[in-house]
Design a protein around this ligand. Structure first.
Ligand code: DX5
Ligand code: ZN
Length: 219
C-alpha cells in the first residue's frame, strides 16, 4: 500500500488562534492543511472566507487543501486562488457548469478537486476523471466535524481506485468525515491516498497532534 498523506481539518482547531494551530500541524508532520469553507447555504454552517485564508498563508509552506462548500461557487474561485489555495475542491451541485468551473480553477494553475457527497453517484466523478487532480469522497454529510463515518462510501473509493489504476491516471483519492484510527485502515485498503481528519487529530490522546497524525498514517 502506498504511503497515505494526512490533511488535518482546521475546522476542529482553535479559530481564535489559527496561525499558531497551523504551525503546530506543520511541526506535527501534516502533509497538507484542509480548510473547510462553508457558506450557511450550501451547508448549514458558516466558517471562513478568502481573507482569512490569505492571512494564514504566511504561517506555513504546506499546501492549502481548500474544500469549498459554497454555492454558487464559480464566481468565487478566483478569490480562493488569489488567497493562496493550492488545491481547490468543489461540489458538482454547487455549480451550473462543472467543466467550466474545473477549467477556471486550472486557469489559475491550481489543482482541482471534485467532491462527492454521500448521496452523490460516483459517476459524477468518473465522467470527468481525466480532467481533475483529486476526488474528495465525503464520508459524512458536509457541514460539521465530529460526525459518524459512513462506511458504505468506501464502495465509491473502490470503484474510483479500480478506474484510476486501469487508466493509469494520477488522480488522488481523498476521504473526509469521521475518520478515526480504525476506519483509516479501511480507507487505505480501499485505495485512499489522502485522509482528512479534524476531531481525531485535535481531540484524541489529549490533542497530541504528532501522535495522532502518526497513528492515522501508519495504523
Ligand atoms: C465536514 C468537513 C470535514 C470535517 C472533518 O463538512 O468537510 O473536513 O471537518 O472533521 P471530522 O474529522 O471531525 O469528521
Ligand atoms: Zn472538508
Amino acid at each position: 500500500m502506498p504511503d497515505v498523506k494526512i490533511s488535518p481539518s482546521i475546522l476542529s482547531a482553535d479559530f481564535s488562534n489559527l496561525g499558531k494551530e497551523i504551525q503546530n500541524l506543520e511541526k506535527a508532520k501534516a502533509d497538507l492543511i484542509h480548510i473547510d469553507v462553508m457558506d450557511g447555504h450550501f451547508v448549514p454552517n458558516i466558517t471562513i472566507g478568502p481573507s482569512v485564508i490569505n492571512k494564514l498563508r504566511k504561517y506555513t509552506s504546506l499546501p492549502f487543501d481548500v474544500h469549498l462548500m459554497i454555492s454558487p461557487v464559480h464566481d468565487f474561485i478566483k478569490n480562493f486562488a488569489d488567497a493562496g489555495a493550492d488545491i481547490i475542491t468543489i461540489h458538482p451541485e454547487a455549480t451550473n457548469d462543472l467543466v467550466s468551473s474545473i477549467k477556471k480553477i486550472k486557469s489559475y494553475n491550481k489543482k482541482v478537486g471534485v467532491s462527492l457527497n454521500p448521496e452523490t453517484s460516483v459517476d459524477k466523478a468518473l465522467s470527468i476523471l481525466s480532467m481533475i487532480d483529486l476526488v474528495l469522497i465525503m464520508s459524512v454529510n458536509p457541514g460539521f466535524g465530529g460526525q459518524k463515518f459512513m462506511e458504505e462510501t468506501l464502495e465509491k473509493v473502490k470503484v474510483l481506485r479500480t478506474e484510476i489504476d486501469k487508466k493509469k491516471f494520477k488522480t488522488q483519492i481523498e476521504i473526509d468525515g469521521g475518520i478515526n484510527f480504525e476506519n483509516a485502515k479501511l480507507a487505505k485498503e480501499a485505495g485512499v491516498n489522502i485522509l482528512v481528519s479534524g476531531t481525531t487529530i485535535f481531540k484524541e490522546n489529549g490533542g497530541n497532534l504528532k501522535k495522532n497524525i502518526h497513528l492515522l498514517r501508519t495504523g
